[in-house]
Design a protein around this ligand. Structure first.
Ligand SMILES: *Cc1c(COP(=O)(O)O)cnc(C)c1O
Length: 299
């Protein structure tokens, strides 16, 4: 339904000195190349939601997010392609003077937006009962169907069994849950939480794993949030520029830069054994860098 070129599934090898020194290889799954605006992982997560929506005969779909949500834009775009009407329930008051780039883009793709206070936003059930004719997708595409899309993503990689470690940035944990389900028993999956102290994540992940899944070789690291969601430091920005110069891979400051920074740190600390083969899932999100002052980044 949503088109994905097969070349995406051929990971790109990178050779930063800090990995080569330890004979560690790093391959990057460039889902950022799926689309210039839509985060790659959002695209995958939405696939099964959209299919289910169509299968159940809904003509309209609603979902949730903040003013800077990559998921909102992705849903606006995916529903447009699938010819489904979409509604975005946005957390917080509308800023009519300077609408965020994200919300403007969602509107351009034809999504209707409605704004609810932070207090009311929490009352999921009350909101969705107001829209019985809408198929509902949770914030961030969270859920079993979202995880299924992330699972497809890993399964399509040739030789995916060769990796010893798989890294991804974690927001809702949906992508991580999909990777866990697609992983082989010898692979260690490491999710890097981009939020500060979001310790409900493990439970959120295990809730959407299929019951049969007894795979336990995964962890979520909470040390790389750089101050919290969408927060950044000079150190992180410097890292992004260095990483780009070393590898030619652009990262975004909200998600993928934090995951890439974690990979380097863990290698330097000796937490990843020599001769490991790492797969880094680049989940996209590059348009988030548009909110940085010009010339912050070298790319
Ligand atoms: C949304 C997003 C994530 C987080 O994905 P989850 O499945 O919610 O954990 C990671 N990276 C990017 C670029 C994203 O946009």
């Amino acid at each position: 339904m949503l088109f994905i070129p097969s070349s995406i599934f051929q990971p790109q090898s990178i050779h930063p000195i800090w990995a080569m020194q330890k004979n560690i290889t790093i391959d990057v799954l460039r889902t950022d190349k799926v689309h210039p605006v839509i985060s790659g992982n959002k695209w995958f997560k939405l696939q099964h939601h959209i299919k289910d929506c169509q299968l159940k005969g809904y003509k309209k779909l609603l979902t949730f997010g903040g003013a800077y949500s990559n998921h909102i834009v992705a849903t606006a775009f995916a529903t447009k392609i699938a010819d489904i009407e979409s509604l975005g329930i946005i957390r917080g008051e509308e800023n009519t003077l300077t609408p965020s780039h994200t919300l403007q883009q969602a509107r351009d793709y034809g999504m209707q937006l409605t704004f609810v206070t932070r207090e009311n936003y929490k009352d999921f059930n009350r909101i969705v009962t107001k829209y019985p004719e809408y198929y509902v997708v949770k914030e961030g595409g969270y859920g079993i169907l979202g995880a299924q899309g992330a699972m497809d993503m890993l399964q399509k990689i040739p030789n995916n069994k060769d990796y010893t470690h798989i890294f991804t940035a974690v927001g809702t944990g949906t992508t991580l849950a999909g990777i866990i389900q697609a992983a082989k028993p010898h692979q260690k999956i490491i999710g890097i939480s981009v939020m500060k102290n979001n310790h409900s994540l493990l439970e959120a992940v295990s809730k959407i794993l299929k019951k049969k899944n007894s795979y336990k070789n995964y962890s979520i690291d909470h040390e790389f949030h750089f101050g919290g969601y969408a927060k950044k430091t000079k150190n992180l920005i410097n890292f992004m520029n260095n990483f780009y110069e070393e590898t030619n891979i652009p990262t975004d400051f909200v998600y993928t830069a934090k995951a890439a920074f974690a990979i380097r740190t863990k290698i330097e600390l000796g937490e990843i054994p020599n001769y490991s083969k790492i797969l880094f899932i680049h989940t996209g999100g590059l348009q988030g860098n548009l909110s940085l002052p010009q010339k912050t980044l070298v790319y």
